[in-house]
Design a protein around this ligand. Structure first.
Ligand code: ATP
Length: 351
C-alpha cells in the first residue's frame, strides 16, 4: 500500500534526516515507526503525507506515485501530536472540516460527522469546542476528523503522547480496536517501544535516518538484529556484555558459554540477555555471571535485581518472594536458547 524507495531528506543546513531509506507497508497494516529522538521518524511520516519534499527518492501509495502530489491529493489523513483542532469550531465542525474542504454538502457532512462521532463515543459532545474537552476527548475528535473522509491511509504522529499514563493505556486499546475494525493502513510514529509492541502488526526501528530492522513485535523483541535494537526494545533493558570467542566457547564477564558456530576464534562479540530470561543461583556456576546484589527494584509482581560483578553489571528479574538479599553474592544464569550473540554489529546466533 505504501512503498518508499531510496528516500533521502537533507534539510537546509545539511542535516540528513533520511538516508536512502526503503520501506514497504502492506494494505491494512498497523505499522509503527520507532526510534530515538531525531532519528527521522516524523520526517518520514511527513514525507508520506506530502508535508515534506524529499531531496531524492520515491513514495508510492497504492498504484500511484505520489512523490510530486500535494498533500490534499494523496488520500491520506494525518493526526498530529497536538491534534491541531480548530479552537473556534465545535466538535461537529471540526470532524466535518475535511469534507467541507472537499465541498461536500452541509447536510451530508453533518450526517457523516454524527456517524463517525457515534463510533468514537463523541455524540454527547458534538456542540462543544476543543477547549471544553479533556485530552482524551480531543484525541478522539482528531481521530474522528481523520476517519470522516474515508482515507486510504492514516498517519499518526505520537498520537498518545499528550495523554497521562492511565488514559494512554485506555486510548491505546481503543486505537487498536478501531484500527482492527476499520482495517485502514495506518502508520504511526512513536518513541515508546511498549506502545509499538502493543499496537503494531510490524515495527520499523530507525536510527540516524535509516531503518535498522523491520519485523513483527515478536521478531523485534526476541531476535533484535543489532545491539542497538536490542538496547531499545523491552521494558527492562537487555543486558549487553562484551565477550570473546575462545575455540568453541565464549568468555563473557567471567562465564564460559557455548559459542554459536561460524564465529572467528578470538573475535570480539556482544552477548545479549534479557533480565526476564536470567535466573539467579545462590551457588557458583561456570555458565553464570557472578555478582553482588547492589539494588532491588519492585516491579509489582517481580523484582529487578542489579548485580555488580568484576567490571560488569547484570540485571535479572526475580519472581516475587524469591529475591536474593542486597549484598549477597549470586550467579546470574542465562536460560538456554534465550541469549543472543552479536558479531560485527549483527546477530550471529542464539544460545
Ligand atoms: P522526535 O522523536 O524527537 O520527534 P524524530 O525521530 O521524529 O524525532 P525528526 O523530527 O524527523 O526526528 O528529525 C530528524 C532530524 O532532522 C533531526 O536531526 C532534526 O533536528 C532535523 N530536522 C527536522 N526538521 C528540520 C527542519 N525543518 N530543518 C532542519 N532540520 C530539521
Amino acid at each position: 500500500m505504501i512503498s518508499v524507495h531510496g528516500l533521502t531528506k537533507v534539510f537546509p543546513g545539511g542535516v540528513r534526516a533520511l538516508d536512502s531509506l526503503d520501506l514497504d507497508i502492506g494494505e491494512g497494516e498497523f505499522f509503527a515507526l520507532l526510534g530515538p529522538s531525531g532519528c527521522g521518524k516524523t520526517t518520514l511520516l511527513r514525507s508520506i503525507a506530502g508535508l515534506e519534499t524529499p531531496t531524492s527518492g520515491r513514495i508510492g501509495i497504492g498504484q500511484t506515485d505520489v512523490t510530486a502530489l500535494p498533500p490534499g491529493r494523496r488520500d491520506v489523513a494525518m493526526v498530529f501530536q497536538d491534534y491541531a483542532l480548530f479552537p473556534h469550531m465545535d466538535v461537529t465542525a471540526n470532524i466535518a472540516y475535511p469534507l467541507r474542504i472537499k465541498k461536500t454538502p452541509r447536510a451530508r457532512r453533518e450526517a457523516r460527522a454524527a456517524e463517525v462521532a457515534a463510533r468514537l463515543s463523541l455524540s454527547e459532545l458534538l456542540g462543544r469546542r476543543p477547549g471544553q474537552l479533556s485530552g482524551g476527548q480531543q484525541q478522539r475528535v482528531a481521530l474522528a476528523r481523520a476517519i470522516a473522509c474515508h482515507p486510504r491511509v492514516f498517519l499518526f504522529d505520537e498520537p498518545l503522547s499528550n495523554l497521562d499514563a492511565r488514559l494512554r493505556l485506555e486510548a491505546r486499546t481503543f486505537l487498536k480496536r478501531l484500527q482492527d475494525e476499520l482495517g485502514v493502513t495506518t502508520v504511526f510514529v512513536t518513541h515508546d517501544q511498549g506502545e509499538a509492541l502493543a499496537l503494531a502488526h510490524r515495527i520499523a526501528v530507525m536510527d540516524a535516518g535509516r531503518i535498522t530492522q523491520v519485523g513483527t513485535p515478536a521478531e523485534i523483541f526476541h531476535r533484535p538484529a543489532t545491539p542497538f535494537v536490542a538496547s531499545f526494545i523491552g521494558s527492562t533493558p537487555m543486558n549487553l556484555l562484551p565477550g570473546e570467542v575462545s575455540g568453541d566457547t565464549l568468555r563473557v564477564a567471567g562465564a564460559v558459554l557455548p559459542a554459536p558456530e561460524g564465529l572467528p576464534d578470538g573475535g570480539p562479540i556482544v552477548y545479549g540477555l534479557r533480565p526476564e530470561y536470567t535466573d539467579l543461583s545462590p551457588t557458583a556456576r561456570t555458565d553464570g555471571f557472578a555478582g553482588r546484589v547492589a539494588v532491588l527494584e519492585n516491579l509489582g509482581t517481580a523484582s529487578l535485581v542489579t548485580l555488580e560483578g568484576d567490571g560488569h553489571l547484570v540485571q535479572a528479574v526475580a519472581p516475587e518472594g524469591d529475591e536474593p538479599a542486597v549484598g549477597a553474592t549470586v550467579w546470574a544464569v542465562p536460560r538456554r536458547g534465550r541469549a543472543l550473540v552479536y558479531h560485527d554489529d549483527r546477530l550471529a546466533g542464539q544460545i
